[in-house]
Design a protein around this ligand. Structure first.
Ligand code: F2R
Ligand code: MG
Ligand code: MG
Length: 324
């Protein structure tokens, strides 16, 4: 159950998926920026008037949302097929190289289970591809954090089997679920939020990186982006970019705009860090917090709103079912 203070549940659902697409599309032009991004370059993205185009982060989020809605549950075979369908239709969305290879193999008839496990010499991918798309899981199962974690794990391994990629997805899904139900009208306890997220993942790189952020997010003043980037890293590895995104949310938890600006200013994997941070901020603050001037310029924003509404309706319908 979400708290009654702050935005209503439907607004938070919309905010979460708008956060995915707006953060992705706004951050995309600077993806790969070496080192923190100067504020004037971040503002330059905002002041431009061209359409903001989404990338693989949003494409895979749409696929996951569609699969949950079509099946009413997490069906890994169906999800793999939705990923392939999106990739075949629009392979130019900037997919990670390993994920693109994997989806090509699945399109040619390979099974997702052995193919995902065989990635990178049998280690599996530690990229952030499973975390960046995971927000719909939180919307589907938000009232039950154990279920959110379990479903996030199962959604991840369709493409990413490395423990750090799976933990990244669990951490991101848990963060969105916590933000969805938290009281936005009250100050956020950043240390407690991080500890709650960290408690859902196993010992390892992601837990260590989350733990390393506690003093930074508990400070009175937001730390400079350089300090966060130095602590977590900002690369495509889930163990870097997921903690970086959560830090961007936690140092600016009361403003969607400031969260996304901060996330982009970290540099590195800017589309993905801003998308994940935007999802958490949108879940806490609701769609009203997403500026109309950003939303109107963002490709597919109405589709993300429609998917959020359908996920809210489905979750409401499930919670209204008699128990037993
Ligand atoms: N692909 C990109 N950006 C590249 C440029 C895009 C350009 N703008 C364009 O339009 O073409 N961004 C997207 O990729 C990231 C998500 O990646 P995902 O899905 O996790 O892919 P992958 O390939 O599995 O992992 C990413 C890289 O990490 C390294 N890696 C992963 N596991 C590894 C392992 N076990 N051993 C060694 N290296 C491993 C590899 O370099 C992978 O290619 C997001 O940023 C998304 O926006
Ligand atoms: Mg991308
Ligand atoms: Mg990226």
């Amino acid at each position: 159950m979400s708290d009654t203070s702050g935005p209503d549940e439907r607004s938070r659902y919309r905010g979460a998926l708008l956060g995915v697409v707006v953060g992705d599309a706004l951050g995309a032009p600077l993806e790969g920026h070496a080192g923190p991004v100067p504020p004037e370059r971040v503002r330059g993205l905002e002041e431009d008037h061209v359409e903001l185009l989404y990338t693989d982060d949003t494409a895979m989020t749409i696929a996951l949302a569609e699969s949950l809605l079509e099946r009413g549950e997490l069906d890994q075979d169906h999800l793999a097929a939705r990923f392939v369908a999106h990739f075949r239709r629009e392979p130019h969305r900037g997919y990670g190289p390993g994920t693109a290879r994997l989806l090509d193999e699945l399109a040619a008839g390979a099974g997702w289970r052995p193919t995902a496990a065989a990635q990178f010499g049998g280690q599996g991918s530690f990229g952030n591809g499973a975390a960046m798309r995971v927000a719909p899981i939180a919307l589907h199962a938000a009232g039950d954090l154990f279920r959110v974690a379990a479903l996030a794990r199962r959604s991840a391994v369709v493409t990413h089997t490395h423990p750090a990629a799976v933990d990244g997805a669990v951490a991101q899904a848990t963060a969105v679920a916590l933000a969805l139900r938290g009281p936005a009208a009250e100050p956020l306890d950043g240390g407690a939020f991080l500890a709650a997220v960290a408690s859902t993942v196993g010992d390892g790189e992601v837990a260590d990186a989350l733990g390393s952020l506690i003093d930074l997010v508990e400070g009175v003043e937001p730390p400079p982006p350089e300090a966060v980037a130095a602590r977590t890293g900002t690369g495509v590895a889930a163990a870097e970019s997921v903690p970086a995104a959560l830090a961007a949310f936690l140092v600016r938890p009361d403003s969607f705009v400031e969260t996304v600006r901060y996330a982009i200013s970290l540099g590195g994997d800017t589309d993905t860090i801003a998308s994940m941070a935007g999802a958490v901020a949108g879940a806490r603050l609701g769609e009203q917090a997403v500026p109309a001037r950003w939303r109107q310029r963002t490709e597919a924003a109405p589709l993300l709103v429609e998917l959020a509404d359908r996920l809210a309706d489905a979750a409401g319908a499930r919670s209204a079912e008699p128990a037993g």
